[in-house]
Structures are given as C-alpha cells and as structure tokens.
Design a protein around this ligand. Structure first.
Ligand code: 13P
Ligand code: SF4
Length: 303
C-alpha cells in the first residue's frame, strides 16, 4: 500500500475529512479531500458531515473551522504551523482603536487569532473583502491586521474611510518592485498575477490581483501562455495541474511560507493514526460564541 492508499484507508476508518490550503506542498494537496482558498475552506468546514476535520494549513484556518462547526473535532496536521501576520494584532490593539474611533467597524482579515475575531465586527478573506466592506453600513473601517490588503480594499471602496493597522505577511512582503521588474524583463510576454497581501508597488505593476483561488481561476480562463505569480509557491501545484500547456514563474524563489511547509504527508498519516488532543483545536465555549459571530456574518455578507 502506498502512502496515499494508507491515508485514504485511515480517513475512512477515522471518519475524517482532510482540508488543505493551496499553499501546502503539492504532495499534501494530493492527499486532501478538498483544497481551497481561505474563503472556500471556511465555507466547506461549516458544512462537512464527517466527525473529524484534519487541517493541512495554519492555525487560524483550523480555528475558523472549529468556530464554524464547533461540534466537530478539528485537528492540525502540524500544531506548530502558525501565521506570522495573525500574530501582528492583539485584542488590546482593537480595544484601544475602538476608544478613538467608536463608530468604526472592525473588519478582521481571517488571518487572525480567535481572540481577535472575538472583538471584531466582521471577518473577511482576500476573495470577499471588497464585497463585504462595501455592504457595511459604517463609513469608517478599522481593517486588521494586513495593511496591504487594507490598502487594496480602500482603493476599491473609495466611499469608506480606512484606519490602517501595520500588519503584513513576511512571505509576500519580500517581493519587491525591483525583483518584479527583473522577472518581467526575463519573461517579457508573461502576465503578472498577484495576491493582495503584496505591497502596493507590486499590485500597481500587476495584470490581475486576487486571492489564491482567483489567481487559479484567472490562469484557467485566460489564453496567455506565461504567467509571473506573486504569491506563495504552493499555488503552482494547482496552476500546473490545470494548465499543462502554460508556464508559471515565481517573482522570487523565496516566496515560501515556512509554516505552510511544515505540513507533510508523514504528519498527515501519523495524525490520522493518533487523533489525540495534542493536535486538536480546543477553544473555550465563551470564546467560540464571540469569535464565530464575525465569521458567520462574513459568510452571509459575502454571498
Ligand atoms: P487566500 O487563500 O484567501 O488567498 O489567503 C492567502 C493566505 O495568506 C493564507 O494564508
Ligand atoms: Fe500567514 Fe503569510 Fe504564511 Fe499566509 S503566507 S499563513 S499570511 S505568514
């Protein structure tokens, strides 16, 4: 039996579904029942029928799955896989801003801890942030934690007034204008597809800006043969699977999220064999009640 057969057998025996983000290794995506961007994963997690969810992604994704489906057991493929950006805002930051801007809506990127979600008004992901923000009645928006996504949304929703936080994704932050110009010179015919976690100077030079799923959709539907992709290199697995005749190049070879790369096939197999509380997401009932509200509101407003 090869590793995939062993994992499939264990999934059935343990009544477990594996959900994976596009940033984990292709070999891990291949073992998953569902692969998606953060929005699709949240929607999927809210409706799975299996008793156990094994998350191949980082901690905020597993927490969101638990918040949206608290009756299920949610396990992390590697409990040490966190998100550096999620740790850049605290509940105290939100409380302090609320004192200065009592009328502002606190819009929380899903890349955040459950404790921060609990003090926020609504969550967003990169694929629905513009849509959700435009539907809010508040004019002032305190957008946490990602400053770059906030700037992107602010441009698309000029009717709103934004208060920015100073968070960023270290993986996307290292993609520079100089690096992109060099990559464009090396691939003059390529279209540039970027994630809104990139700096404004990158988005300004891009042909398309969107979430991981949006980038994959754009490449599938567009007839161009070459693409420069400014986001984590895990997306190349899906891009290459779906588009055998097309070529995809990273802007920099360092576009890698070390936390996403902690997830391996061996860890999936081990955790399926030992579903125990060390890998399980355990959240206090009161925290679940508070933190799930902005996520549920996102799912309603994003439709
Ligand atoms: P999306 O999958 O929503 O594009 O999010 C990217 C991300 O940073 C996940 O960590
Ligand atoms: Fe967080 Fe960036 Fe890694 Fe996504 S790629 S999990 S935003 S550190």
């Amino acid at each position: 039996m090869d590793k995939y057969e062993k994992i499939n057998k264990l999934k059935c025996e343990k009544d477990t579904v594996i959900l994976a983000h596009y940033y984990v290794d292709g070999a891990v995506q291949k073992a998953a029942d569902f692969v998606g961007d953060s929005y699709a994963l949240a929607k999927k997690a809210a409706g799975v029928s299996q008793q156990n969810i094994l998350f191949a992604g980082v901690s905020f994704m597993g927490e969101s799955a638990k918040l949206l489906n608290p009756g299920k057991h949610v396990y992390m493929a590697d409990p040490c896989a966190g998100c550096k950006m999620a740790d850049m805002v605290t509940p105290n930051d939100v409380k302090n801003i609320k004192k200065c801007y009592p009328d502002a809506a606190v819009v929380c990127y899903v890349n955040s801890t459950a404790a921060v979600k609990a003090v926020s008004d609504v969550c967003v992901t990169s694929s629905n942030a513009v849509r959700v923000v435009r539907k809010l009645k508040e004019k002032q928006i305190y957008f946490i934690p990602d400053a770059h996504l906030a700037q992107f949304v602010a441009k698309e929703a000029p009717e709103k007034e934004f208060i920015f936080h100073n968070g960023y994704c270290p993986t996307h932050q290292q993609i520079t204008k100089e690096g992109l110009l060099r990559a464009k010179a090396a691939h003059p015919g390529a279209l540039t597809l970027s994630h809104p976690e990139c700096k404004e100077e990158i988005l300004a030079l891009s042909d398309f800006v969107g979430s991981t799923a949006d980038i994959i959709r754009f490449a599938r539907e567009h007839e161009a043969n070459e693409y420069l992709v400014a986001t984590e290199t895990g997306v190349f697995y899906q891009l290459e699977q779906e588009n055998p005749g097309k070529e995809f190049f990273p802007v920099l070879k360092e576009q890698v999220c070390p936390d996403m790369k902690l997830i391996t096939l061996d860890k999936l197999e081990y955790i399926l064999g030992h579903l125990d509380t060390q890998q399980e997401i355990i959240l206090d009932g009161e925290l679940i009640d508070k933190a799930k509200k902005p996520l549920e509101r996102m799912l309603l407003l994003a439709e």
